[in-house]
Design a protein around this ligand. Sequence first.
Ligand code: FES
Length: 125
Amino acid sequence: MEYNKKIMEHFHHPKNVGALKNADGIGFVGDPECGDFLKVRIKVKNDHIHDISFQCKGCPAAIASSSIMTQLAKGKHLDEAALITDEVIEQALGGLPEAKRHCSNLGATALYKAIINYIFGGPKS
Ligand code: FES
């Protein structure tokens, strides 16, 4: 499997890893195709993503996608952050191998769910 330099960089040195305390929103997604999962936590201030973290069990593409997703989302207004799609994530990574394109969906979906969770009252777990 050929990964580009940027993917490998994020895989080896992922950003914003861990569990934020007192998160305002949590998004969880599991990929039934491979059993991998991603949990995203956000802290919100003035309708902006003030802080974000992720925990992921997945392939290098999933970890790199999650890492770059947190960088893309941090500081953005919730409306803008909700528009971060798997294509946006893939482009930011400089492309993903064809067989790994679904992995970027985890990042986009978990972020979106965390935003929705916040809007509808915050963490339940
Ligand atoms: S997230 Fe399952 S193969 Fe990448």
